[in-house]
Each structure stands twice: as structure tokens, then as C-alpha cells.
Design a protein around this ligand. Structure first.
Ligand SMILES: Cc1cc2nc3c(=O)[nH]c(=O)nc-3n(C[C@H](O)[C@H](O)[C@H](O)COP(=O)(O)OP(=O)(O)OC[C@H]3O[C@@H](n4cnc5c(N)ncnc54)[C@H](O)[C@@H]3O)c2cc1C
Length: 348
């Protein structure tokens, strides 16, 4: 297997990994993105593609998927490669010349890269939805009535839907799908919710209007259906009785198991489950290994997309210095970047 040389190897193709390609491209650096999901876009594409985002500067409203699509459009002028369904497994030192370390990166598919700059934009790590407790093989009916995230609202149109969970996602989707589903039941093991108060209030209003059937304190007991879900048995925590509720779709929103996975073996300084960085260039305790976006930690850190964009913009400057030691990092506004404008076809 040949080793590929790349200016920046990016672990994770979420919004921050994608924007890294843009900032690197402006400085003439080439990136290779690797993501263990089957799609580009990280949490936005996997967890909430149809939910609106309101706090991207200058973009009053965009669904999470539209945001990802816009980022993909924005990096079109630049050369980059992407490998999906592939996990970055190991990082080791390859060589050190003039005090600049070159890193060797190996993936689950056997690819090897040599690079001076690794950008870990791994969000919450490789994440997996929490499965319902006490249910044997809940994934057996995954395409046939069991889901752990809303990939497309269409799937729930005119369907009898049961949503399980007590956090933001369960509340948000109960409110969002109430308009289009034939019926919505929200099942939670207690009558208190961990999500945003205003969404809980919206949900309770829908219960009053009989648009949502709130079932507390209940828990899933079993999934009913052979080849396709036809309902669920629910256990009442108080009476211990089992009740049957008919349904076409069971949506389990119990949150995610965030698994740092291989990242734990890379000998990086961690604070709980996040990688510690400095705020000058978002480098970790290892030269040339940067952590940007939700995966990093520093005083005042907020897990917001716009914070990740700022972090990676500064980190890319340091990546440039490592590739062109002693050179001044070119700075210019995109408004006067004729090279970019030519690529976009808006300048001669
Ligand atoms: C329901 C919900 C609503 C939200 N709303 C907003 C909002 O309105 N505004 C806002 O700013 N933020 C919002 N967020 C947060 C926002 O989605 C995150 O801040 C953002 O996705 C972080 O981007 P990222 O690129 O750092 O990581 P992620 O989007 O998490 O992407 C990381 C990627 O890295 C991959 N990965 C991890 N480990 C490896 C590995 N070893 N090898 C290969 N790939 C790996 C993962 O598969 C993943 O695709 C919301 C989050 C949720 C869950």
C-alpha cells in the first residue's frame, strides 16, 4: 500500500472539517478528509438534517443539511479528497526534520498517509445512538419501522409514530412531526424532561390540543412486528402493567454514546472526553496535531459550529507555517482574492 502525502489530513467531515478545506485552500494547501460515517456532514447530516439552524453568521435560516450542502459548495474551487466509511485508527511519528514532525496516519481500510498536519475535527468521536434498554436486537427492524434519528421527515408522514426519550431531540421531533404524522405518542420513563423548557411547553400545548399522546411513566417492553413494526408493548412504571400501542414507526431518541475510540490511544492530553488545545493555534500537546470543533477543550469553549470555524481558521495558519517554515502566511480578504474569484468564474 503506497503512503499518500498530504498537506493536512482531516479526521472528521463534519462542518468544521469541511470549512478547514476552505481555509486551507485559500492558502494553497491540500486536504484529505476521512470520516467513519457513510455521509459528509457530521452531526448536522447524521442527527438533525432537517432541523433549522439560526446562528450561522449572515445566514438567518438554514436546515442542517442545507448548511452542509453550502459548505460542500464553498469548497468546490479547491482540490481535496474524501474517504467515507473509514475510521482513522492510528497516528504515529514518521520522521522529524528541522524540528518539524511528519506524522503517519493509518485507517481502518488500510490507507496510510504522511503529513505534517493532522486536524482532528472528530466532534464527539465516533458516535452511536443509544439502543433501547432490554430489547434484544432492536436493529433487526431498522429499515422497517425502527429508527434512531430522523433522516427524512417524509418517512413519518401519515404514520402512527411513537417517539421514545426525554431530551431535546425527543421533544424537538415530537413538536416537529406532530404536523405531518397521523398520530404521535411520546414515551418517557418519568413526567420530567431534560430538554429546552420552551420546547417542552410547546409539546405540552400539543398534548392539550390532543395532537400528541404523552405517555409517562412508561418504558418500551418489546417491539411488536415480524418483518415490519406494527406496534410496541409499553410498561407502566407505576402499575407495572404492559400495554400495547399500535404504530408504524418507533423512533428511539435516547441520545448518543460518544466513543472517542482510537483517539484515546493517540497520547494526546485530554480533559475528560475532549482534547486540550491552546487558543493561539488550537494545537494539542503534540506539534502538528490540531483539534478543532466540538472535540476540543479550552477555557470558555462552546460546542457551536461558528466557534469551530474560528478555531480552524487560526489552526490552518500554523499548518501553513509548518509546511513553509520561515515564510509569512499570506493574508488577504476573499473580496480581493482574484485567484479564488477566477476559480469561481466571477473574475477574468
Ligand atoms: C440536535 C442538535 C442541534 C444543534 N443545533 C445547533 C445550532 O443550532 N447551532 C450550532 O452552532 N450548533 C448546533 N449543534 C451543534 C453542532 O452540530 C456541532 O457543534 C457541530 O456539528 C460540530 O462540528 P464538528 O465538525 O466539530 O463535529 P461533528 O459534526 O460531530 O463531526 C465529526 C465527524 O468526525 C467523525 N469521526 C469521529 N472520529 C473519527 C475517526 N476516528 N475517524 C474518522 N471519522 C471520525 C464522525 O463520524 C463525525 O462525522 C447542534 C447539535 C445537535 C445534536
Amino acid at each position: 500500500m503506497t503512503k499518500k502525502d498530504v498537506d493536512i489530513l482531516i479526521v472528521g467531515a463534519g462542518p468544521v472539517g469541511l470549512f478547514t478545506v476552505f481555509e486551507a485552500g485559500l492558502l494553497g494547501l491540500k486536504c484529505h478528509l476521512i470520516d467513519n460515517l457513510d455521509k459528509i456532514g457530521g452531526q448536522c447530516a447524521e442527527l438533525y438534517p432537517e432541523k433549522p439552524i439560526y446562528d450561522i453568521p449572515g445566514v438567518p435560516f438554514q436546515t442542517a443539511q442545507q448548511h452542509v450542502d453550502a459548505l460542500i459548495e464553498q469548497i468546490k474551487p479547491f482540490e481535496y479528497e474524501i474517504s467515507l466509511n473509514e475510521r482513522v485508527d492510528s497516528i504515529s511519528e514518521d520522521s522529524n526534520e528541522d524540528n518539524i514532525t511528519r506524522w503517519r496516519v493509518a485507517t481502518s481500510d488500510g490507507q496510510e498517509f504522511i503529513t505534517k498536519n493532522i486536524f482532528i475535527a472528530a466532534g464527539a468521536g465516533s458516535f452511536e445512538p443509544r439502543r433501547p434498554p432490554n430489547i434484544e436486537n432492536p436493529d433487526a427492524l431498522m429499515e422497517n419501522g425502527v429508527s434512531y434519528a430522523v433522516q427524512s421527515k417524509k418517512r413519518y408522514e401519515n404514520k402512527d409514530v411513537i417517539i421514545f426519550g426525554g431530551g431535546d431531540s425527543a421533544l424537538d421531533w415530537t413538536v416537529e412531526l406532530a404536523d405531518i404524522a397521523k398520530s404521535i405518542s411520546l414515551v418517557h420513563r418519568r413526567d420530567a424532561f431534560r430538554g429546552a423548557q420552551h420546547t417542552e411547553a410547546q409539546m405540552r400545548e400539543l398534548v392539550k390540543q390532543e395532537k400528541v399522546n404523552l405517555l409517562t411513566p412508561y418504558q418500551i417492553h418489546s417491539i411488536i412486528g415480524e418483518d415490519k413494526v406494527t406496534g410496541a408493548e409499553l410498561k407502566n412504571f407505576d402499575t407495572k402493567e404492559i400495554e400495547e400501542v399500535a404504530a408504524d414507526e418507533l423512533l428511539f431518541l435516547f441520545g448518543l454514546n460518544k466513543k472517542l475510540g482510537p483517539i484515546l490511544d493517540w497520547e494526546l492530553e485530554l480533559n475528560e472526553k475532549k482534547i486540550s488545545v491552546n487558543t493561539e493555534n488550537f494545537q494539542t500537546n503534540k506539534d502538528g496535531i490540531f483539534a478543532v470543533g466540538d472535540i476540543n477543550d479550552y477555557p470558555g469553549k462552546l460546542d457551536l459550529i461558528l466557534c469551530g470555524f474560528h478555531e480552524t481558521t487560526l489552526a490552518v495558519q500554523e499548518a501553513y507555517r509548518r509546511i513553509h517554515p520561515g515564510e509569512r502566511v499570506p493574508f488577504g480578504y476573499t473580496t480581493s482574492n482574484t485567484k479564488l474569484q477566477r476559480k469561481l468564474g466571477v473574475a477574468e
